[in-house]
Design a protein around this ligand. Structure first.
Ligand code: GLU
Length: 297
């Protein structure tokens, strides 16, 4: 049974980039009679905008998406994340870290895939005396981890070199996305993760956590992200415009086109029922461009 999910962070309204991720995961699941779940990733309350989640759900509904089961909210699952973090600590896989951002920046030598410093391992074998735990980190191996992405092909990372021991619970007490997403995907029985390629570099961390926790690894497909002409990913930070619900058919047709499908031009003026019927009947996963980012034409 295929079970897929769309997991927006409620830091703003749904924009064209998130519509592409929603549509790609939806059509991949529904065209194979699979289930499609929605999860609100509001684990980082500092970035959560009040009302944004309800707005995202209303927009999805207005665009004609239908989901299975109740919407899951990460902010309701903190006890579960704490329980799993405890287990990782007990097994010696997670350790307490006393370092401030500045201490890390001063001691780091390697740059991580996200451009930040690779944690230099200061607290890896225990805290120096008089130091208190601020955050919890996951120990990572110094060996290649590789997986096959359905769109992007083979992805290889050496976690110790490319990422470093990464944070599971931050100094402000928030659980990290990496931990929450792995627990949620496993607890919800997700077989297929289809999402934007901005998360491709996070995937080896998630697979490492799955292996340490004895969870199955889902299949992954990372779709090209929508970028503007300056090469920046569409997001609230780059002022991506919110979608106009009265233009739902036209937006869906644009998103289909972005994903390499070839919708007839007149579909943009049809009702959304007709757009969905065309999309489900004609969806070709193999037509998705095998690149990490594209400018919207
Ligand atoms: N919440 C993440 C985002 O909006 C998506 C996470 C995922 O699909 O794994 O970028």
């Amino acid at each position: 049974m295929i079970r897929s999910r769309f997991a927006p962070s409620p830091s703003g309204a749904l924009h064209f980039g998130s519509l592409v991720a929603a549509l790609g995961s939806y059509l991949d699941a529904r065209s194979r009679q699979g289930e499609w779940l929605v999860r609100i990733e509001d684990v980082d309350l500092g970035r959560t905008v009040p009302g944004a989640a309800d707005d995202i759900l209303a927009t999805l509904e207005a665009f004609g998406f239908t989901w299975d089961g109740p919407v899951v909210w990460q902010s309701q699952r903190l006890d579960r994340y704490a329980e799993v973090l405890d287990a990782l600590r007990r097994d010696g896989l997670a350790y307490g870290c006393a370092c401030s951002r500045k201490e890390i920046a001063d001691a780091a030598r390697l740059l991580a895939v996200d451009g930040g410093p690779v944690y230099p391992g200061i607290c890896r074998s225990g805290l120096a005396s008089g130091r208190a735990v601020r955050a919890w980190r996951m120990r990572v191996p110094d060996e290649a981890l590789s997986f096959e992405d359905r769109v992007q092909g083979t992805v290889d990372q050496v976690l110790a070199r490319d990422v470093g021991d990464f944070v599971l619970q931050r100094a402000d007490g928030y659980f990290a996305y990496q931990l929450a997403v792995v627990i949620d995907d496993a607890d919800q029985g997700i077989s297929d993760v289809v999402r934007g390629a901005d998360l491709l570099d996070s995937t080896p961390r998630q697979i490492w956590l799955q292996r340490c926790l004895g969870y199955a690894t889902p299949r992954y497909a990372h779709l090209p992200v929508v970028s503007n002409a300056a090469g920046e990913k569409l997001s609230k930070q780059t002022r991506a415009p919110a979608l106009d619900v009265s233009q739902a058919s036209a937006h869906l047709v644009d998103a289909l086109d972005f994903l390499g499908q070839v919708p007839p031009a007149e579909l943009a003026r049809a009702g959304i029922g007709e757009v969905w019927a065309w999309a489900l009947a004609n969806w070709r996963f193999d037509a998705i461009p095998r690149v990490r980012a594209m400018v919207r034409s």
